[in-house]
Design a protein around this ligand. Structure first.
Ligand code: SF4
Ligand code: SF4
Length: 56
């Protein structure tokens, strides 16, 4: 199961900087996770200030 970023995302970029497999990219309104690349390590959830990434 991959992680997914909710619309609570404030686009701070912390998750993308801490993803070990570069699965997170900036979108128009929020950051997004490529589910095929995500290895579900949880690092993004650990650094997000608003709790936006969660396991699907
Ligand atoms: Fe990257 Fe890990 Fe978050 Fe998946 S769970 S997007 S691998 S930091
Ligand atoms: Fe959005 Fe959280 Fe990632 Fe920041 S760390 S870009 S608020 S999901």
């Amino acid at each position: 199961m991959a992680y997914k970023i909710s619309d609570a995302c404030i686009s701070c970029g912390a998750c993308a900087e801490n993803c070990p497999v570069a699965a997170i990219s900036q979108g128009d309104t929020q950051y997004n996770i490529d589910p095929d690349t995500c290895i579900s390590c949880g690092a993004c959830a650990g650094v997000c200030p608003v709790g936006a990434p969660a396991e699907e």
